[in-house]
Design a protein around this ligand. Sequence first.
Ligand code: PMV
Length: 369
Amino acid sequence: MKFEEKYKKDALKLGQVKLSDRQGAISWRSPSNIALIKYWGKRQNQLPQNPSLSFVLDKSFTETRLKYRYKRNKGKMASKIDFIFEGKPNSDFGSRVKDFFLAVSEFLPFINYFDFKIESSNSFPHSSGIASSASSMSALALCLVSMELKLFGTPKDKKAFFQKASFLSRLGSGSASRSVFNGFVVWGKHKNIPGSSDELAIRLNQQFSPKFNSLKDAILITSTGKKKVSSSAGHQLMESHPYAAIRFRQAKDNLLNLLEALKTGDEQMFIGIVENEALSLHAMMMASEEGFTLLNENTWKILYKIRQYRKEHKVFITLTLDAGPNVHLLYLAKQETQIFQFIQKELLQFCENEHWIDDKIGRGPIKLI
Ligand code: PMV
């Protein structure tokens, strides 16, 4: 646990706060991300059972403003953390935020000396079926690392800053660790990927085929209902899953092959792996104890339509799925007009209130103040 040990050691220097730093505010915008190689199954303290690969989105993000004020009775009473979501107190997410502060206080002990007011909002509607934990937890982690930088001058450089933000994001939600970088991002150790780690995500710096820089993601919302089984319950089911070992092996192999497809620009290989990952994730759910599915009839109808369209038009179009029934239709920007027509004519009929989000590969988080 290289990073954990380092951050614990660093924490020894993150106690005393100067008088001039006793209140302030920091804001970050942080994106959601979509995994092409899926993380499903964890161990110990939010460590993944297999490496995953994703890219951040552009239009789907969370903006978080963290206001802090020094407590007079420093450290004696628990910090007050008021969490306001889209203008209203939100106790559900508020308690996740409190758990998050508790989890990170080991690495940022100074936070125990402050009370906080956190205001957060998402660019996507609350009930759009898009998971917000990656964007919201990473936005919060970025605010806290910025606070450390303001108060103590650490982490020293940009690389160390985002590494720590990724590490802390992971403690809030595993996939959030991947939201702090742009490009293609890997979280989880793979022996063939130098620098990869279970503790935090890394941006891949190798040369990929430039066409994938123009990836677009049409998020087709088939249902906005609450999930029957949460992601944390799903991760837990992998602990006793009969296919767990095979699945973790498959994800590692798929990751290496996807890197090859990204490098060479091999579209068929990309499509094969990405769809296999999406369906394997959902197959795990079905084959777990008390099997279940998060997919609905319209998810399948869209999937078959996409495959049929690809066959007929010989165009690069594929899909992936999150832990939910909504379809992420992936294609290249140069085919936008054609794909928009396809969505309008053939897919919107399967979306709840014809709802979809026209998103694309994003540029990563932005500091707002
Ligand atoms: O970060 P969590 O615990 O919400 O898990 C997310 C898991 C998937 O979205 C299904 C896959 C992934 O790698 O993002």
